[in-house]
Design a protein around this ligand. Structure first.
Ligand code: NAD
Length: 424
């Protein structure tokens, strides 16, 4: 039977979701009200109108956003999302998540996020390029290698970052590679960046399995979303002996209890216009959401926010959830998940491998050097494992779930730094 999809009552705005976790951790930490109100509010919010000449010769105006949540730990860092669902609340939540994420993995960045309300799938390459360049020009005073450093997110990839770098460089009259990360390799991108988020999720999954005494050779896993994060996570887990029994994308969920050959599924997707539609080596389930409640020991939601809700939380069969997407579990579902004894490795920890290797890309650009893949992977694996162990230790110390512990680690670090820097 198809899993019922969440009603609007069960859905949650990502800003509410983020704030409810922030409030919980701030209370446990005993954060003073002044610091609380500073960390709660974004430092800067920019909204721009972007006129773009479309291929039919008509001018269309798009709305673009950049929210800088915090620069307490360093220049702000965060991706740019091209999607019809982009709005100020979503960007504000995503920007704050970036602050907490960078703090959890202890890299010297604050948090930001940007986006444009648009449907990139309905636009030509030329239209997307003009839109990206127009956005960059409008944000030329916001972005900068020591100020605010964008990266790709949903709907954007290396090519948009190349256009952004080029346009920014033109406004400054000098090539500025370090203004953006997630660039193509030949243009100052880092080896390992494409797989970095999936690799960090793999490291977090193994670290959590060890604590739960789960045997990887007997473990089964379902991965929601088969884009950058989902497919790379599935591939890396599959390569290490975990049986991936279910995968999904926007076209539906695909189940094979004997395990899906992920390399084969990736090949199929790449030859099928990026979609799993019609994938023959697994059975298509009634609904894409059936993946969330299927019989698998590990669940990796790696598609989008707000998918684990009051409507399906009680039916989840997994023992371990590792959050690949940002905000896949809404705060209303937390209680049920905790009552069921499911361990959740939260987004701000699990998917931080991406920003970690983005940081390495920025470091390499500034040094004028290129690191071999082995060095990138070794350093990011170490950072992810140390972050997991630290959050795990705090969760034991405070007797709280890993999510609350990750927020405690992050808020404590940003609050302490903020106080040391001083306020007048
Ligand atoms: P992507 O656009 O490459 O892939 C998204 C995938 O999700 C696609 O396969 C799409 O078909 C699928 N999808 C969309 N709606 C779905 C649904 N209802 N059911 C099942 N599948 C669905 O995006 P991505 O870069 O892989 O990002 C995915 C998530 O991970 C986002 O929340 C993003 O913010 C987060 N994230 C990405 C990175 C990164 O490095 N790319 C880093 C950290 C976090």
């Amino acid at each position: 039977m198809a899993t019922p999809s969440a009603s609007s009552h069960e859905k949650e705005n990502p800003l509410e979701s983020m704030m409810s976790r922030f409030d919980g951790a701030a209370q446990i930490l005993g954060l003073d009200p002044e610091t609380y109100s500073v960390l709660k509010n974004p430092a800067k919010q920019v909204i721009v109108s972007l006129p773009v000449t479309m291929d039919n010769g008509k001018v269309k105006v798009f709305e673009g956003y950049r929210v800088i949540h915090s620069t307490v730990l360093g220049p702000s860092k965060g991706g740019i999302r091209f999607d019809m669902g982009v709005n100020l609340d979503e960007v504000k939540a995503l920007a704050a998540w970036m602050t907490w994420k960078c703090a959890v993995v202890d890299i010297p960045y604050g948090g930001a996020k940007g986006g444009i309300t648009c449907d990139p799938r309905a636009m030509s390459k030329g239209e997307i390029e003009r839109l990206t360049r127009s956005y960059t020009l409008s944000m030329a005073d916001i972005f900068g290698p020591d100020k605010d450093i964008p990266a790709p997110d949903m709907g954007t990839s290396a090519i948009e970052m190349a256009w952004l770098m080029d346009e920014f460089s033109k406004t400054k009259g000098q090539t500025t590679l370090a203004v953006v990360t997630g660039k193509p390799l030949v243009l100052g991108g880092s080896l390992g960046r494409t797989e970095a988020t999936g690799r960090g999720i793999m490291v977090s999954t193994f670290a959590a399995m060890q604590k739960l005494r789960m045997n990887p050779n007997k473990a089964t896993c379902a991965v929601q979303g088969f884009g950058n994060v989902g497919s790379n996570t599935a591939k890396l887990l599959d390569e290490r002996g975990i049986k991936i029994v279910c995968i999904s994308d926007i076209s539906g969920a695909y189940w094979n209890e004997n395990g899906i050959d992920i390399k084969d599924a990736i090949l199929y997707r790449d030859e099928n216009n990026g979609s799993l539609e019609g994938y023959g080596n697994a059975d298509k389930m009634d609904s894409a959401d059936d993946l969330l409640t299927c019989k698998a020991g590990i669940l990796v939601p790696a598609a989008k926010e707000d998918v684990i809700t009051l409507a399906n939380a009680s039916k989840i069969q997994a023992r371990l959830i590792v959050e690949g997407a940002n905000g896949p579990t809404n705060s209303k579902a937390d209680e049920i998940i905790n009552e069921k004894g499911i361990t959740v490795v939260p987004d701000i920890l699990a998917n931080a491998g991406g920003v970690t290797v983005s940081y390495f890309e920025w470091v390499q650009n500034r040094l004028g050097m290129r690191w071999p893949l082995e060095r990138v992977n070794r350093r990011s694996d170490r950072i992810m494992k140390e972050a997991f162990d630290h959050v795990y230790k705090i969760s034991k110390e405070y007797q709280v779930p890993l999510r609350t512990a990750a927020y405690i680690v992050a808020i404590d670090k940003v609050a302490q730094t903020y106080k040391l820097r001083g306020v007048y």
